[in-house]
Design a protein around this ligand. Structure first.
Ligand SMILES: *Cc1c(COP(=O)(O)O)cnc(C)c1O
Length: 373
């Protein structure tokens, strides 16, 4: 009598991992085809002895630093056994992540739903749709995570950038953004920067950089640049994860309304709050310095870099400061680079352009009258 059955738990018919293995191979091939992003050096006349470096994350195939995150999130979902052949994929995003996740979905032959605030830049919505993905637009930006979770209940794989960004990236290396920056600096005269400056959207980038600096035992300090009044800055100062933003920002990708799960306050050594008008003015300055347009969060970073550099200069310090150019400016042709939009938003750039240009020329930071700081 044959006691063996083919459906014993040890036999596990149907449990081949052929699709998962092929998907992971596709992600590895994509990573191998992709070059590292440039570290652009800028010498500003007001800061002799202080070198500025900008990691050009707009150069990724999908135009932003979210290319790294999307690759990590798909790999993390696959390696956790959460993503299967033919499964729909969903995530909440203000746009950049959705573009990168839609691009990877197409590469893997999966369908993707992006839950986005209805006010997202039209160019980003068009880019997501052009990649074959669906946009589910919600009126209140605070509702995106809940809506994405609803899609997951009906069977979609939730990539969950806000929940998982902080852990999906290998913080000890594997060519994460911090390892890449430090190796690109290795032949420079100040290879260990005084500051690395980044924003916080999911908090993934700041978590990776902050952890890596400690792991490598470097003296470099991490500054998070946040739109004035937003949740990372408020939470970091008060030490509370319950705070909410006191204002909403026009700077996409950062300046969250609430303290996201991936915001690790302990890794940030300081936080610089930047008013939206200063961020946008700084993006305009970057265009004249670098000859290219970048998104608003790159301006937030640049405005914070100048303030940190002015403080270094006042103390007689030399060294280097590194920051990120987070996404392509083309996405904001109808917003940040449009005079009518700026007028409707009542964003007056002139006083901030004067502050930034004076700082670039003289090395001194002097905020417009009546503005803190
Ligand atoms: C996501 C994003 C950031 C912030 O990066 P996180 O790693 O999510 O904190 C900054 N700028 C842009 C344009 C982004 O899309």
């Amino acid at each position: 009598m044959n006691a063996w059955r083919t459906d014993t738990p040890f036999d596990a018919p149907g449990a081949t991992r052929d699709w998962e293995h092929a998907a992971i191979a596709i992600l590895a091939q994509e990573a191998a085809r992709s070059a590292d992003t440039h570290l652009l050096k800028l010498d500003l006349p007001g800061f002799p002895g202080i070198a500025f470096y900008f990691k050009d994350e707009a150069a990724h195939p999908t135009g932003s630093l979210k290319h790294r995150l999307a690759r990590s999130l798909y790999l993390y979902a696959l390696c956790n056994g959460r993503l299967r052949a033919g499964q729909r994929v969903v995530d909440a995003s203000s746009g950049s992540t959705a573009i990168s996740e839609a691009w990877f979905a197409r590469l893997l032959g999966l369908s993707f739903v992006a839950v986005m605030p209805a006010g997202t830049a039209p160019q980003k919505i068009r880019e997501v749709q052009a990649l074959g993905a669906t946009c589910d637009l919600v009126d209140d930006p605070a509702d995106v995570t809940v809506r994405a979770a609803e899609h997951a209940v009906s069977g979609a794989c939730h990539l969950d950038q806000f929940g998982l960004a902080e852990r999906a990236t290998d913080w000890r290396g594997n060519n994460n953004i911090a390892e890449s920056i430090l190796s690109q600096l290795s032949a420079e005269s100040a290879p260990v920067p005084t500051w690395i400056v980044c924003g916080a959207g999911t908090g993934g980038t700041s978590a990776t950089i902050g952890r890596y600096l400690r792991y490598r035992r470097l003296a470099t300090r991490l500054c998070v640049a946040d739109p004035a009044g937003c949740a990372f800055a408020q939470g970091w100062r008060s030490g509370s994860r319950d705070v909410c933003a006191s204002v909403s920002t026009r700077i996409e990708g950062i300046g969250r309304a609430r303290v996201e799960p991936g915001f690790l306050f302990e890794v940030a050594d300081t936080v610089v709050e930047v008013p939206d008008a200063a961020s946008v003015a700084a993006v305009w300055c970057l265009e004249s310095l670098l000859g290219r347009r970048y998104g608003g969060s790159s301006g937030t970073n640049f405005a914070a870099c100048l303030q940190l550099a002015a403080a270094m200069r006042a103390r007689g310090e030399s060294g280097s400061i590194v920051s990120l150019l987070c996404d392509r400016g083309e996405r904001y042709a109808e917003t940040l680079f449009d005079q009518n939009w700026l007028a409707v938003q009542a964003l007056d750039l002139r006083p901030w352009l004067a502050t930034l240009n004076r700082c670039i020329a003289s090395g001194c930071w002097q905020a417009p009258v009546g503005v803190n700081p």
